[in-house]
Design a protein around this ligand. Sequence first.
Ligand code: ADP
Length: 491
Amino acid sequence: MQVIHVASEMTPVAKVGGLGDVLMGLTRELSWKGHETLAIIPNYGVVDRHWLTPTGRVDTFDTCFDGMTHRATVTYYTLYNDITVGLLDTEWGYWKQQQKIYGNNDEVASFLFFSRAVADWLVQTRRRPNILHVHDWQTAIIPLICRSLDRTKDLASMRSILTVHNFEYQGCCHWGDIARVGLFPLNFPDPSILQDPWHPCLNIIKAGILSVDLVTTVSPTYSQEVKTAEGGRGLHHVLSSLGDKFLGVLNGLDYAFWNPEIDPFLFERFSLSLGMNRIAKAKQENKKQLFQQLGLHVCDDRPLVASITRLVPQKGIYLIQNAFFRAESLGMQCVLLGSVADAGTEPLFRALDTELRRKGNGAVLLMSDEMMAHRLYGAADIFVVPSLFEPCGLTQLIALKYGAIPVVRRTGGLADTVVDVDGGASAQSNGFVFDQPDQPGFDSALLRALILFSRNRDRWGEYMLRGMKQDFSWHNPGMKYLELYQRLHKL
Ligand code: ADP
C-alpha cells in the first residue's frame, strides 16, 4: 500500500501539539508494517533539521499563487531511518521565511498555497498513491483541489481520508483567499460545499469533510460528541449525515519516542522491570534534578503535580491555575509547562509562577520545550488534564507510560483512556476522573489523588505500575487505519 500523509506538523522536526506526534507515530508504524509511507509538511524556517538525513532526492514542479507561477520543490529526507519526510517549498523559500507554524500573518493563504502546491506536485510528478491522508483544515482541501486540477483523471484511483484532530479549528476563509491559489467557484463541481453552515464565510474543514472518501477523528467518544449541537462546533448536522463514512480511531503513542527506559532526555531512566520501589526512586531522582535545574527544592513528602499543555481555554487552564495557586494548602508541589497561545493569558500565569516560587512550591514555565516536557513526565507523580473537551489527548497517555497518575475530565479521548480507580474494581483503573468542568469537580478528583498518594503509597505504586504496563502504542490504531485504507482501496 502506498500512503501519503500531508499535515502542518511532524514531531520532532516541526511540532506544536499532538498532531505532530500523530504524524510521526502513525507514519512510523505504517512503515514498520511494510507500507510505503511518505509525510509531506511545509519547509518552515523553524524545521529542526538536525533530525533529518537528506536522501538527495528532489521533485520539482510548478504551482500557482497570487496570479503567478512559482517553481517549487519537495526535498526528501529520512527521519530515524524509518520515516520518509518531504519538505515542500517554493524555490525562493516562501515557507522557509516562516518562523512560526501557526499564527503567521497570512495563515489561511499560507496553508491554501501549501494545499494547492501539494495538489500540483501530485498531478505533475505523476505520483499515484493508493491513499492520500490529510489532517485538519490546513490540508483538508487538497483532495478537492486535486479533483479540480486533475483534468485527465490520472488521480481517479487515489482514495482520500481526512483526520480531524480538533473540530474547534475549521479554517474560515473567503472566495478571495481561494482565488489567490488560482481557483474560483467555477473550478468546483459543487461550490456550495465550501459554504459555512452558519456564518457568512467559507469553511475549509467542511469542504474537506464533504469531498473525501472517509473522515476520521481521534477517539470514539469525541466522534459521538461532535455529532451533538453542543460538541459539533456547527458541524453536527454535516457529521451526522456521513453515517459510516465518519468514525473515531483512538490515537496511539510512539513508544520509540515516549519511553522512560530509553528516553535520552531523562536524568534517570527507568522501566517496569525495576519494580515499584526502584521506579519510585528513579522518579524521585528525576524530580530532584529537575527542581535543581529550576532553582527549587524538592519537598520529599509532597507529590509533584504536573501539567504540560498549550495554554488555551479548551485545556481547563483556569482550573489548573486556581488549583496550583492553592499548592501550599493542598500539600503539593506543582510545575506547569505551558506554551502561550494568547498574550492575554500570560500575566495570569506569570503571577502563578511568582506565587509558586515565593513559597518554594514549584514553577510555571512559559515555553514550548521538548526536553523539559520529557523531564517533567519523568518526574511527575500526578498529571492533570482537566480539559473542557479533548479530542484524544496524548499527555495523559504519556503520563501513564512515565509512571504519573492522571487526573482527567471525562470527555473525548480522556474518557476512552482513563478509568477511575474508585469506580469499582476494574483491571483497567488507572487514574482519577471527574465530570463537571468546574472547580469543585476538578478539586474533588485532585483531592482524591492527593489523599491516596499521602496515605497509601503501596496502592499508589500498584496503579503506577498498571498505567506503565498498559498498551497505548500505535500497533492497534495502525492496524485499524490499514483496515480502513484497504476498505477504501477496494472501492
Ligand atoms: P494538543 O494537540 O491539543 O495540544 P495533545 O494532548 O494531543 O494536545 O498533545 C500535546 C503534545 O504536545 C504532547 O506531546 C505534549 O507533550 C506536547 N506539549 C504540549 N505543550 C507543550 C509545551 N509547552 N512544551 C513541550 N511540549 C508540549
